[in-house]
Design a protein around this ligand. Structure first.
Ligand SMILES: Nc1nc2c(ncn2[C@@H]2O[C@H](COP(=O)(O)OP(=O)(O)OP(=O)(O)O)[C@@H](O)[C@H]2O)c(=O)[nH]1
Length: 222
């Protein structure tokens, strides 16, 4: 486990003193958000935790931050501790140290940013280097509400996810589309792996996600 790190969003020269602490406790499921800077990891977490969208100026995360949320999966309460990592290259060595404690990783790209999609392979290489071998990974194409600025087709995300054998969803941290589903799917998968899903002896996360997801083309966005 790495030592204390700087947490949160930097706000330039007037930044408040960052808090110093690290995620603790091991009775919960640890989920990490990964992906390039600006893909929407912090907004994704805030949308899940508080049902709100952080609009306004983009403030990059410094180091790593975390939030807790309890979800109910098949009538059982599951505690999620969700770590929001900094996407900027200069914080990579900090975040690498946390990979091995994570049981699930949500890997985000931005459907309006080709570089963030192209970098997914590099992220997966890092994940295989630093994370647990059996970590649950899900690929998320975020900002699906920005359809007029889309440069990555949904099929491209699906193809890449299939190549790596991971489930895929398009999401919007702005509208909330598929945000809760992503967390519920990994919670269900981890519960299933822990042998707590006797009622679902053959749970498949990819099939579950496919059956539950809302496609961006079907919905109107605010
Ligand atoms: N339209 C739209 N904008 C989004 C969405 N998610 C995030 N944004 C915007 O994208 C910008 C970056 O969002 P963040 O959540 O701070 O990005 P991040 O991935 O945490 O960035 P780092 O902290 O640098 O790693 C902000 O201006 C957000 O308002 C989304 O789903 N839709």
């Amino acid at each position: 486990r790495a030592g204390p790190v700087l947490l949160g969003k930097a706000v330039g020269p007037l930044a408040p003193t960052p808090r110093l602490c690290a995620p603790s406790g091991n009775s919960q499921l640890l989920v990490m958000l990964l992906g390039d800077s600006g893909v929407g990891k912090t907004c994704f977490l805030i949308q899940f935790k508080d049902g709100a969208f952080l609009s306004g100026a983009f403030i990059a995360t410094v180091g790593i931050d975390f939030r807790n949320k309890v979800v109910t999966v098949d009538g059982m309460r599951v505690k999620l501790q969700i770590w929001d990592t900094a996407g900027q290259e200069r914080f990579r060595s900090v975040t690498h140290a946390y990979y091995r404690d994570a049981q699930a990783l949500l890997l985000l790209y931005d459907i309006t940013n080709k570089a963030s999609f192209d970098n997914i392979r590099a992220w997966l290489t890092e994940i295989h280097e630093y994370a647990q071998r059996d970590v649950v990974i899900m690929l998320l194409g975020n900002k699906a509400d920005m359809s007029s600025e889309r440069v990555i087709r949904s099929e491209d995300g699906e193809t890449l996810a299939r190549e790596y054998g991971v489930p895929f969803l398009e999401t919007s941290a702005k509208t909330g589309m598929n945000v809760e589903l992503a967390f519920l799917a990994i919670a269900k998968e981890l519960k299933y792996r822990a042998g707590q899903s006797a009622d679902e002896p053959s749970f498949q996360i990819r099939d579950y996600v496919e059956s539950q997801k809302k496609r961006s083309s079907c919905c109107s966005f605010v």
